[in-house]
Design a protein around this ligand. Sequence first.
Ligand SMILES: NC(=O)c1ccc[n+]([C@@H]2O[C@H](COP(=O)([O-])OP(=O)(O)OC[C@H]3O[C@@H](n4cnc5c(N)ncnc54)[C@H](O)[C@@H]3O)[C@@H](O)[C@H]2O)c1
Length: 394
Amino acid sequence: MAKQSKLRLGIVGIGNMGKSHIANIVNGSVPSVELTAICDSDAAALKAYPDYAHYDDSKKMIRSGEVDAILVATPHYDHTTIGIDGLKAGLHVLVEKPLAVHKADAERMIAAYNKRPNKKQQFGAMFNQRTDRRYQKIKELVESGEIGELQRVNWIITTWYRTQTYYNSGGWRATWAGEGGGVLLNQCPHQLDLIQWLCGKPSKVNATIGIGKYHDIEVEDEVTAFLEYPNGATGVFITSTGEAPGTNRLEIVGTKGKLVADGPGLTFWRNRETTDKHLATSPNGFGTPECWKCDVPVGGGGGQHSEILENFAQACLGKAKLMAPAVEGINGVELACAMLYSGFTGKPVDLPMNGAVYERHLKKLIKDAAAKPKRRKAKAKTKKAASSDFDNSF
Ligand SMILES: NC(=O)c1ccc[n+]([C@@H]2O[C@H](COP(=O)([O-])OP(=O)(O)OC[C@H]3O[C@@H](n4cnc5c(N)ncnc54)[C@H](O)[C@@H]3O)[C@@H](O)[C@H]2O)c1
């Protein structure tokens, strides 16, 4: 039998992101995908695309025989239910970020994947920023030992400024029930994935969070988190949707030097002698190790969403290894949950954290929010929020 050359894909959720994926497929950026079906619970969302089979229920599309794989681009909570349904039905599944709203849901998805009926099924996550050549280079430098032993990581990612109008655009955004959080769940999943992809998983998280600090919303719009790593390294992760002009600066320090991604490019401040050796043996009380400033050639921002989708399709066709396996998506989700839980309790959270405890906490937040009078003052008469949850600041 001839080998299948294209993956028959169905997209669930034809909103901002679903439309963007369709555009990438139509413009030829994802050659290994044949889009066969689209699904949205709002039938009006499908009208613009007469060339594909239409479904208003993902269950029907999953069992239609028309798709080998689904891409889930719905609001966050449905990533879990639809993702699990697809996995159980034997389909390949690619899930938009975040993998899930909270750790227990991510665990349920991974459990379904581990019990998948067909061992060849692929389970990917849309972590498109992993295709950015700069992050790939940072990963290569960290993993190869070029920066020595990790001592500190700082990420200030405050280029997520959003207005009240954005939040007032309604729907599922900026609510515990609809979205499961604020800036950590909507804007930051990429950075939360990358920070653990580049530097590994922290063992402890301590955070201060601002709940509706700048906006009339019930979820967090500012976070400052302190991270501790198993080797004693520390980290600080700062994000906000209420600060302008924003900063996107990633700084990773090791015993052999410092990597800085701030604005375009990547700088490696390379120590000729490791700091641990220098500080123990230098006869000089104040000198620092000789350091060379290196402009690291990076090579562009990568293919982003198209590249992840093409890689997923190729993995499903048995031609490639997944760049962003969904089982790794739990790490960023856990970081978000730990930051929120620490912020609410005022206590540090040891990782791995208990997903069930956080799920109970989230359910209480949802219940409390439902009991409160609506906080939002100016109800949306404006157009739907723009598809601007991309970080274009690098
Ligand atoms: N990777 C990225 O860079 C990126 C960027 C933006 C958004 N996203 C993610 O994409 C997802 C969707 O975001 P969006 O901005 O497109 O939202 P959106 O609100 O514009 O679109 C969501 C669509 O899903 C539909 N929908 C809701 N529940 C459904 C269900 N159960 N079955 C079928 N359809 C359903 C809605 O009718 C809507 O058309 C979110 O998870 C978001 O975090 C990712």
